[in-house]
Ligand binder design. Structure first.
Ligand SMILES: O=C(O)CCC(=O)C(=O)O
Ligand SMILES: [Fe+2]
Length: 354
């Protein structure tokens, strides 16, 4: 989940360049084939094959915080249909799109359709639709903001695709979370069960063509959630920060980009890092993407797990906090009063003296 400005904040279009980290590199994020998890348990060498994947995931999360997966179980036709439905929605008139919003003043966070949001006068040249995912599970948070969802009625087939995408996309995200859990040496279902109340989210994004060099579609940020799973069309734009260089994620049809968020960083006491990323608008083609976000309910208490602290004689690097507080700080782009007025990130809960 990126930094999202309040719904009332929609500055006029102005160039929004971010040249501070404009070193680039030709490296690529790790790509991992999950096929052995979809083959029968009785296939020869299956246990070793799966174990190798778990090791690859551990290394990717430690070194990159990001990886790309193929054979992930999410129907590739559904990905294509969703990206097409997304295009059909963003092709509608601004007047039509603006209907997909909760009435002003009724919702504590910006949901539904947003465009050209940004912070501190910096524009993010993009449009997006933001929903909390309703999977009907009994573990849904009673305080879930999903009650504020406003669903598009146009285009006609949007709701059929979106309903399927939310159910099947969440299933895939939960499967990927089980692999990450295992890669940390925890039982498969440990992390999923650790956030008992779910408030998972779906964001669908549209980045227009821009001939401004390095025009920002989405400012650099770390995801404030547990896990993000992103699908994209063939247009380059997503970049990941590694060793102070921006690495462009090469779009691969049918693949998903996975990254761990701030909450996994805290749970694992910094073993896995929530890494900065951004989106640069392409100068040739429009870009569509969508992201599932595993998000805890607002009352969830977040702290480093004993497996990465007391059980291995390590001091916790974060103090315990309530997820809802952190989420609201992020939605409000809240600043730390005493520290050069930086925006609140997960560092705010760090126990390290500065
Ligand atoms: O559009 C993308 O590829 C990335 C989206 C993203 O980073 C986010 O929603 O937090
Ligand atoms: Fe993100």
């Amino acid at each position: 989940m990126g930094v999202v400005a309040l719904e009332s904040f929609e500055p006029a279009l102005t160039p929004s360049l971010d040249h501070r980290d404009s070193h680039h590199s030709d490296q690529e994020i790790p790509s991992i084939d999950l096929l052995p998890f979809f083959e029968p348990d009785s296939s020869p060498g299956i246990a070793a094959g799966r174990e190798r994947i778990i090791q690859e995931i551990a290394r990717a999360c430690e070194e990159w915080g990001f990886f790309q997966v193929v054979n992930h179980g999410l129907d590739c036709d559904l990905i294509t249909q969703s990206l097409r439905a997304s295009k059909d929605f963003f092709d509608l008139s601004m007047e039509e799109k603006m209907k997909v919003r909760p009435p002003p003043g009724t919702c504590p966070v910006p949901m539904g359709f947003c465009h050209n949001s940004g912070i501190d006068g910096l524009v993010e040249r993009k449009e997006h639709l933001f929903f909390f995912a309703e999977d009907g599970s009994p573990t849904k948070s009673p305080d879930s903001f999903s009650k504020y969802n406003v669903w598009p009625v146009k285009p006609q087939n949007f709701s059929i695709v979106r309903e399927r995408l939310i159910v099947e996309g969440q299933r895939t995200a939960i499967f990927l979370l089980s692999l990450i859990s295992r890669s940390l040496g925890l039982p498969d279902n440990f992390l999923y069960e650790h956030y008992k109340e779910k408030m998972n989210a779906l964001i669908m994004l549209f980045y227009p063509v821009s001939d401004i060099p390095e025009d920002i579609g989405l400012h650099k940020h770390q995801d404030g959630n547990i896990l993000s799973v992103v699908a994209q069309n063939e247009t380059e734009g997503l970049q990941v920060l590694k060793d102070d260089k921006w690495i462009t994620v090469k779009p691969r049809t049918g693949s998903l980009v996975v990254n761990v968020g701030d909450i996994v960083q805290v749970w694992s006491n910094d073993r896995y890092k929530s890494v900065q990323h951004r989106v640069i608008n392409n100068d040739q083609n429009v870009r569509y993407s969508f992201a599932f976000s595993c998000v805890p309910g607002v009352s969830t208490l977040v702290a480093p797990l004993p497996q990465f602290t007391s059980e291995i004689q390590q001091a916790p690097r974060y103090r315990e906090f309530q997820y809802g507080e952190y989420m609201m700080y992020r939605f409000e782009n809240k600043k730390i009063v005493s520290k050069n007025s930086e925006e609140i990130t997960i560092k705010y809960y760090s126990t390290a003296e500065e």
